[in-house]
Design a protein around this ligand. Structure first.
Ligand SMILES: [Zn+2]
Length: 455
C-alpha cells in the first residue's frame, strides 16, 4: 500500500509541472483550503476545484517541495485528499451512465465526489428519491457554477432528481424536477411479404412499436403460425421524447391487422377508473383468457418459424398437439393464469410443464423444454404471459421445438376449438364517449397517406 503510494508520488513528480508563481492568489487560496479542516468552504473548494488546471496546480504545489509554504502543516489526511483529487483529474467527466451493478456512489465517484460527500448527497435525497433506487442505463451529470454545484439524475422520462450545494452551505439540497415530454403522432402501414419485421422496418416502424403491435393482437393472432404473405397492418402511434430529444417511448393509439383476410382492430382507451386498455371498435376488450401462442414472437424466433427445414405441424387427431419450431432457448409463456400441476421429466415429452387454468377443466402442456422458467415448480401460481420454460429438444424430439397441448378434462383438443372469453368490456355508461373516440381514431388510421413528391 505504502509502496503504491510512493510509486504514485514518483510518477507524479516526473510529470512536467505547471509553473505558477508562489504569490498568485489562486495558489494561496488553494493552500489555505488545504490547511483548513473540513469546513464548508474547504469542501466547496475541493468539490469545485473542477477545472483541470487548478487540480494540477494543487498537485504540483504539494509535490514540488520548494513551492510549498512551509508554514502550512501537511497532515496525513491532506495527503489522502491529494490522492482523491488526483483521481478526479483522471476522470474529469461531466456525465456518467450507470452500468449494470453500479451503485450511485460509483457514478458520483467518477464525477469527482469523495465517498464522504456521496453519503451527504444520499442523506439529502433520501426523502425525495433514494439513491439506492438508481438503475443501470440512467445517467448522473454534474454542472459546476461559480458558487454552486448541481448534480442531476434522470429518474425517468418525466422526472429528474436535482441535488445542489452552494458555497458556504453544509448540507446538500435535493428536489424532483419535472421534465418536459414532447410527442408526435405517426401513422404507418405495411404489407407482409417475407416477415412482419421486414415489413415493419420498411414502413419505418421501430422494433419497439412492432413488439407492441404483436402484444396487442397476441390474443387473436398466433404470430408464429398464422402470418401469411399479403397480410397487412396500419398503426397510429405516438412517439415520446424527453427534454433532450431522446426517444423514450412509443404508444400505439390505434391499429388494424389484416390476417388471412380477417380484420382485427384495436384502440387504446383510458377508462374513467384510470385503467388504460385496448378495445375493439365495439368496446370489447382485446385481452382474453388465453393467449393465442405460447411462444413469444420476436424478430429472432420469427426467422425459424418460416424455416422449411422444420415444418410446423398442425393439430391432427394422431398428433394431439401443436408443434412450434423455434430456436433452442426461445422463451415459452403460460397462455393463461393458473397453477403448475406438473414440472419435471415425463417420458418422450422430456422436460414437461402442465398448467391447470382458472377454468379448472382446462390445462395446457408444454414439452421438450431445454430448461424451466425461474420458480416453476409443482403447485406454483403462474400469470398469463409468464415465462414457464425455454424451447429445447429433451425427450423424443428430432430438433428444437415446443410441443404444445390444450387439454380439456385431461384430453388434448384442438386449441382453435377452445372458446376464449374476453376480459371486461368498456362499461355501458362510457360506451358512447368511447365510440366517439374510436371512430375518430379509425378515421385517422384509414385516411389516405399523402405523399410529397419532388418533381
Ligand atoms: Zn408435437
Amino acid at each position: 500500500m505504502q509502496q503504491d503510494f510512493a510509486n504514485r508520488v514518483v510518477r507524479e513528480s516526473a510529470r512536467p509541472s505547471v509553473s505558477c508563481r508562489k504569490d498568485s492568489p489562486s495558489s494561496r487560496f488553494s493552500l489555505h483550503a488545504f490547511a483548513s479542516k473540513v469546513s464548508a468552504s474547504h469542501r466547496m473548494m475541493l468539490l469545485s476545484a473542477g477545472g483541470l488546471l487548478s487540480m494540477v496546480l494543487l498537485v504540483s504545489l504539494v509535490f514540488s517541495g520548494s513551492r510549498v509554504d512551509a508554514s502550512v502543516p501537511i497532515t496525513k489526511e491532506e495527503w489522502l485528499e491529494v490522492h482523491s483529487l488526483e483521481k478526479t483529474v483522471e476522470h474529469a467527466v461531466k456525465k456518467v451512465t450507470l452500468k449494470s451493478g453500479d451503485a450511485a456512489a460509483t457514478a458520483l465517484g467518477k464525477l469527482g465526489f469523495p465517498f464522504a460527500e456521496v453519503i451527504q448527497m444520499s442523506k439529502a435525497s433520501k426523502g425525495v428519491y433514494p439513491l439506492k433506487n438508481v438503475r443501470a442505463g440512467q445517467t448522473f451529470s454534474r454542472e459546476d457554477e461559480n458558487t454552486q454545484i448541481h448534480v442531476y439524475y434522470d429518474v425517468n422520462a418525466k422526472q429528474r432528481l436535482h441535488l445542489h450545494l452552494a458555497e458556504g452551505e453544509e448540507v446538500w439540497g435535493a428536489e424532483l424536477q419535472q421534465r418536459a415530454v414532447n410527442s408526435r403522432q405517426v401513422r404507418a402501414s405495411g404489407v407482409i411479404h417475407d416477415s412482419l419485421f421486414a415489413a415493419a422496418l420498411e414502413a419505418g416502424i421501430d422494433e419497439r412499436t412492432t413488439m407492441n403491435l404483436i402484444d396487442i393482437f397476441g390474443w387473436d393472432i398466433d404470430f408464429s403460425r398464422d402470418l401469411r404473405s399479403g397480410d397487412r397492418f396500419s398503426v397510429l402511434y405516438e412517439e415520446q421524447f424527453d427534454d433532450e430529444g431522446g426517444m423514450h417511448g412509443s404508444v400505439i393509439l390505434a391499429a388494424e391487422f389484416m390476417n388471412q383476410s380477417k380484420s382485427y382492430k384495436a384502440i387504446r382507451y383510458e377508462l374513467a377508473n384510470g385503467n388504460v386498455e385496448y378495445f375493439t371498435p365495439e368496446g370489447r376488450s382485446m385481452r382474453k383468457t388465453y393467449l393465442k401462442s405460447p411462444v413469444k414472437f420476436s424478430r429472432i424466433s420469427s426467422r425459424f418459424s418460416t424455416s422449411r427445414k422444420h415444418p410446423v405441424l398442425g393439430y391432427t387427431r394422431a398428433h394431439r398437439g401443436v408443434d412450434y419450431a423455434a430456436s433452442s432457448g426461445t422463451p415459452i409463456r403460460a397462455i393463461g393464469d393458473g397453477r403448475v400441476v406438473y414440472a419435471g421429466r415425463k417420458g418422450g415429452y422430456g422436460r414437461f410443464v402442465e398448467i391447470r387454468h382458472t377454468n379448472s377443466a382446462h390445462s395446457t402442456a408444454y414439452a421438450h423444454l431445454r430448461r424451466y422458467g425461474g420458480g416453476i415448480k409443482r403447485g406454483k401460481r403462474v400469470k398469463q404471459g409468464q415465462i414457464i420454460g425455454y424451447v429445447g429438444m429433451s425427450g423424443l424430439a428430432t430438433g428444437p421445438h415446443l410441443h404444445f397441448e390444450f387439454r380439456v378434462r385431461g384430453r388434448a383438443v384442438n386449441p382453435l376449438a377452445v372458446k376464449h372469453a374476453p376480459a371486461r368490456p368498456v362499461p355501458e355508461k362510457e360506451l358512447a364517449q368511447f365510440k366517439d373516440v374510436a371512430s375518430n381514431m379509425f378515421a385517422q388510421l384509414s385516411a389516405p397517406l399523402i405523399a410529397l413528391v419532388w418533381e
